[in-house]
Design a protein around this ligand. Structure first.
Ligand code: ZN
Length: 254
Protein backbone atom coordinates (compact mmCIF):
# COMPACT_ATOMS: atom_id res chain seq x y z
CA UNK A 1 0.00 0.00 0.00
CA UNK A 2 1.26 3.42 -0.94
CA UNK A 3 -1.21 5.21 1.31
CA UNK A 4 -0.71 5.80 4.97
CA UNK A 5 -2.62 7.58 7.71
CA UNK A 6 -1.38 9.63 10.64
CA UNK A 7 -2.26 12.61 12.76
CA UNK A 8 -0.10 15.69 12.19
CA UNK A 9 0.21 19.36 13.10
CA UNK A 10 1.10 21.92 10.41
CA UNK A 11 4.26 23.83 11.32
CA UNK A 12 5.54 25.52 8.17
CA UNK A 13 4.65 25.88 4.50
CA UNK A 14 6.37 26.75 1.25
CA UNK A 15 5.06 27.58 -2.20
CA UNK A 16 5.80 24.81 -4.67
CA UNK A 17 4.20 26.40 -7.74
CA UNK A 18 1.15 28.48 -8.66
CA UNK A 19 -1.29 25.97 -7.26
CA UNK A 20 0.51 23.78 -4.72
CA UNK A 21 2.25 24.18 -1.40
CA UNK A 22 4.56 21.99 0.64
CA UNK A 23 3.44 21.62 4.24
CA UNK A 24 5.98 20.71 6.94
CA UNK A 25 4.20 18.82 9.71
CA UNK A 26 4.99 16.97 12.88
CA UNK A 27 3.22 13.62 12.80
CA UNK A 28 2.32 11.23 15.58
CA UNK A 29 3.78 8.19 13.82
CA UNK A 30 6.65 9.45 11.64
CA UNK A 31 8.05 12.58 13.28
CA UNK A 32 8.71 15.49 10.91
CA UNK A 33 7.12 14.95 7.50
CA UNK A 34 6.54 17.00 4.38
CA UNK A 35 3.50 16.70 2.18
CA UNK A 36 2.36 18.38 -1.00
CA UNK A 37 -1.03 20.08 -0.66
CA UNK A 38 -2.25 20.01 -4.25
CA UNK A 39 -4.43 22.86 -5.47
CA UNK A 40 -4.28 24.55 -2.06
CA UNK A 41 -3.80 27.98 -3.61
CA UNK A 42 -6.92 27.69 -5.72
CA UNK A 43 -10.12 29.19 -4.30
CA UNK A 44 -12.02 25.92 -4.35
CA UNK A 45 -9.32 23.73 -2.79
CA UNK A 46 -10.78 20.79 -0.95
CA UNK A 47 -8.02 20.97 1.66
CA UNK A 48 -8.63 24.68 2.35
CA UNK A 49 -8.08 25.99 5.89
CA UNK A 50 -7.07 22.54 7.07
CA UNK A 51 -3.61 23.28 5.69
CA UNK A 52 -3.23 26.54 7.64
CA UNK A 53 -0.37 26.65 10.12
CA UNK A 54 -1.02 25.36 13.65
CA UNK A 55 -3.86 23.03 12.70
CA UNK A 56 -3.93 19.38 13.82
CA UNK A 57 -5.37 17.03 11.20
CA UNK A 58 -6.05 13.40 10.76
CA UNK A 59 -4.39 12.76 7.41
CA UNK A 60 -4.21 10.34 4.57
CA UNK A 61 -1.03 10.61 2.52
CA UNK A 62 0.17 9.01 -0.68
CA UNK A 63 3.82 7.95 -0.61
CA UNK A 64 5.83 9.51 -3.41
CA UNK A 65 9.34 8.94 -4.64
CA UNK A 66 10.65 12.26 -3.36
CA UNK A 67 7.67 13.71 -1.57
CA UNK A 68 4.35 12.50 -0.18
CA UNK A 69 1.02 14.00 -1.22
CA UNK A 70 -1.78 14.88 1.15
CA UNK A 71 -4.84 13.02 -0.11
CA UNK A 72 -7.30 13.77 2.66
CA UNK A 73 -7.37 15.85 5.82
CA UNK A 74 -9.85 16.04 8.63
CA UNK A 75 -9.29 18.68 11.29
CA UNK A 76 -8.86 17.40 14.82
CA UNK A 77 -8.23 20.83 16.36
CA UNK A 78 -7.55 24.25 14.84
CA UNK A 79 -6.83 25.85 18.24
CA UNK A 80 -9.37 28.51 17.35
CA UNK A 81 -8.77 30.89 20.26
CA UNK A 82 -5.10 31.17 19.32
CA UNK A 83 -6.11 32.71 15.99
CA UNK A 84 -7.81 35.63 17.74
CA UNK A 85 -4.91 36.60 20.00
CA UNK A 86 -1.47 37.83 18.93
CA UNK A 87 0.28 36.72 22.15
CA UNK A 88 -1.14 33.21 21.89
CA UNK A 89 -0.12 33.12 18.25
CA UNK A 90 3.46 34.05 19.16
CA UNK A 91 3.73 31.47 21.94
CA UNK A 92 2.31 28.80 19.64
CA UNK A 93 4.71 29.78 16.87
CA UNK A 94 7.58 29.52 19.34
CA UNK A 95 6.75 25.94 20.38
CA UNK A 96 6.18 24.87 16.79
CA UNK A 97 9.49 26.43 15.76
CA UNK A 98 11.25 24.40 18.46
CA UNK A 99 9.72 21.24 17.05
CA UNK A 100 10.97 22.14 13.57
CA UNK A 101 14.46 22.77 15.01
CA UNK A 102 14.61 19.63 17.15
CA UNK A 103 12.31 17.33 15.20
CA UNK A 104 14.72 15.78 12.69
CA UNK A 105 15.40 12.10 13.46
CA UNK A 106 12.86 11.77 16.27
CA UNK A 107 10.69 9.05 14.68
CA UNK A 108 11.24 6.69 17.62
CA UNK A 109 9.77 9.18 20.10
CA UNK A 110 7.36 10.92 17.75
CA UNK A 111 4.27 9.98 19.74
CA UNK A 112 5.66 11.64 22.88
CA UNK A 113 6.68 14.78 21.03
CA UNK A 114 3.40 14.95 19.12
CA UNK A 115 1.36 14.63 22.32
CA UNK A 116 3.49 17.27 24.03
CA UNK A 117 3.12 19.68 21.10
CA UNK A 118 -0.63 19.06 20.92
CA UNK A 119 -1.09 19.63 24.65
CA UNK A 120 0.98 22.81 24.59
CA UNK A 121 -0.91 24.28 21.61
CA UNK A 122 -4.23 23.32 23.14
CA UNK A 123 -3.34 24.76 26.53
CA UNK A 124 -2.06 28.01 25.02
CA UNK A 125 -5.29 28.38 23.05
CA UNK A 126 -7.44 27.95 26.17
CA UNK A 127 -5.62 30.00 28.83
CA UNK A 128 -6.93 33.35 30.04
CA UNK A 129 -3.68 35.02 31.09
CA UNK A 130 -0.21 35.59 29.72
CA UNK A 131 1.20 33.90 32.82
CA UNK A 132 -0.68 30.69 32.10
CA UNK A 133 0.46 30.75 28.47
CA UNK A 134 4.06 31.13 29.67
CA UNK A 135 3.62 28.19 32.06
CA UNK A 136 2.50 26.03 29.14
CA UNK A 137 5.57 27.12 27.16
CA UNK A 138 7.92 26.43 30.11
CA UNK A 139 6.48 22.93 30.58
CA UNK A 140 6.90 22.37 26.86
CA UNK A 141 10.54 23.57 26.88
CA UNK A 142 11.48 21.36 29.86
CA UNK A 143 9.72 18.23 28.64
CA UNK A 144 10.99 18.59 25.08
CA UNK A 145 14.55 18.89 26.42
CA UNK A 146 13.94 15.79 28.52
CA UNK A 147 12.74 13.78 25.49
CA UNK A 148 15.72 14.96 23.46
CA UNK A 149 18.23 13.91 26.13
CA UNK A 150 19.16 17.49 27.08
CA UNK A 151 17.30 17.50 30.38
CA UNK A 152 18.08 20.47 32.61
CA UNK A 153 19.78 19.47 35.89
CA UNK A 154 17.84 21.09 38.73
CA UNK A 155 18.48 18.76 41.63
CA UNK A 156 22.22 18.40 42.12
CA UNK A 157 25.15 20.71 41.44
CA UNK A 158 26.67 19.95 38.02
CA UNK A 159 30.17 20.07 39.56
CA UNK A 160 30.10 18.37 42.97
CA UNK A 161 26.90 16.35 42.35
CA UNK A 162 25.53 17.27 45.79
CA UNK A 163 21.88 18.23 46.25
CA UNK A 164 21.81 22.03 46.42
CA UNK A 165 20.01 23.11 49.59
CA UNK A 166 21.14 26.74 49.78
CA UNK A 167 18.77 29.65 49.22
CA UNK A 168 20.87 30.85 46.32
CA UNK A 169 22.60 28.99 43.52
CA UNK A 170 23.68 29.68 39.95
CA UNK A 171 22.29 28.52 36.62
CA UNK A 172 24.63 27.69 33.78
CA UNK A 173 22.98 27.94 30.36
CA UNK A 174 26.16 26.53 28.88
CA UNK A 175 26.05 23.33 30.95
CA UNK A 176 22.28 23.23 31.39
CA UNK A 177 21.79 23.15 35.12
CA UNK A 178 22.52 24.45 38.57
CA UNK A 179 25.86 25.03 40.25
CA UNK A 180 26.28 25.51 44.02
CA UNK A 181 27.85 28.66 45.48
CA UNK A 182 31.05 26.85 46.48
CA UNK A 183 31.71 25.31 43.08
CA UNK A 184 30.85 28.56 41.39
CA UNK A 185 33.80 30.27 43.06
CA UNK A 186 35.92 28.51 40.43
CA UNK A 187 33.39 28.51 37.61
CA UNK A 188 32.17 32.09 37.75
CA UNK A 189 28.68 31.50 36.29
CA UNK A 190 26.94 34.88 36.22
CA UNK A 191 23.27 33.96 36.50
CA UNK A 192 22.14 33.74 40.11
CA UNK A 193 19.07 31.65 40.85
CA UNK A 194 16.87 31.61 43.94
CA UNK A 195 15.82 28.20 45.19
CA UNK A 196 12.16 29.17 44.65
CA UNK A 197 12.80 29.44 40.91
CA UNK A 198 14.59 26.07 40.99
CA UNK A 199 11.67 24.51 42.90
CA UNK A 200 9.19 25.96 40.41
CA UNK A 201 11.12 24.61 37.41
CA UNK A 202 11.48 21.23 39.07
CA UNK A 203 7.71 21.05 39.56
CA UNK A 204 7.07 22.08 35.95
CA UNK A 205 9.36 19.28 34.77
CA UNK A 206 8.03 16.58 37.08
CA UNK A 207 4.26 17.01 37.04
CA UNK A 208 2.08 15.89 34.15
CA UNK A 209 1.55 18.56 31.53
CA UNK A 210 -2.13 18.98 32.36
CA UNK A 211 -1.75 18.91 36.14
CA UNK A 212 -2.21 22.33 37.71
CA UNK A 213 -0.15 22.37 40.89
CA UNK A 214 0.21 25.02 43.62
CA UNK A 215 3.34 26.10 41.81
CA UNK A 216 1.29 26.97 38.72
CA UNK A 217 -1.15 28.97 40.81
CA UNK A 218 1.40 30.83 42.92
CA UNK A 219 3.93 31.72 40.22
CA UNK A 220 3.96 35.32 39.01
CA UNK A 221 4.26 36.40 35.40
CA UNK A 222 7.70 37.80 36.22
CA UNK A 223 8.98 34.46 37.56
CA UNK A 224 7.60 32.71 34.48
CA UNK A 225 9.34 35.20 32.21
CA UNK A 226 12.69 34.63 33.99
CA UNK A 227 12.27 30.86 33.60
CA UNK A 228 11.27 31.15 29.96
CA UNK A 229 14.34 33.27 29.20
CA UNK A 230 16.85 30.98 30.88
CA UNK A 231 15.45 27.86 29.23
CA UNK A 232 15.41 29.61 25.88
CA UNK A 233 19.06 30.58 26.35
CA UNK A 234 19.97 26.94 27.04
CA UNK A 235 17.95 25.77 24.03
CA UNK A 236 19.66 28.31 21.77
CA UNK A 237 23.08 27.05 22.83
CA UNK A 238 22.10 23.45 22.14
CA UNK A 239 20.38 23.95 18.80
CA UNK A 240 22.85 26.52 17.53
CA UNK A 241 19.87 28.40 16.26
CA UNK A 242 17.92 31.39 17.30
CA UNK A 243 14.19 30.99 17.19
CA UNK A 244 12.74 33.89 15.26
CA UNK A 245 9.90 34.34 17.68
CA UNK A 246 12.01 34.68 20.85
CA UNK A 247 12.85 38.33 20.38
CA UNK A 248 9.22 39.22 19.73
CA UNK A 249 8.15 37.21 22.78
CA UNK A 250 10.63 39.00 24.99
CA UNK A 251 9.34 42.34 23.76
CA UNK A 252 5.75 41.27 24.31
CA UNK A 253 6.30 40.32 27.91
CA UNK A 254 8.27 43.35 29.13
ZN1 ZN B 1 28.80 22.08 43.80
Amino acid sequence: MNNYVTEAINLKSYNLNDADKIIVMYSKDNGLIKGVAKGIKKPKSKLGARMDLLVANSLQLLKGRSMDTIVQAQTVNNFKKTREDIDKLMYSSYVSELVVNFGEGTEAISKDIYDLLYKALNRISLVETKKDALIAVIKFQLKLLLFMGFCVELDTCLCCRERVLDEEMFFSSQMGGIVCIECNEHLGVKLKMHHKIRDFLEAMLQFDFDYESDYDRKATEKVCQVCFNLLDEYIKIHTNRKTKTTKVLQELTV
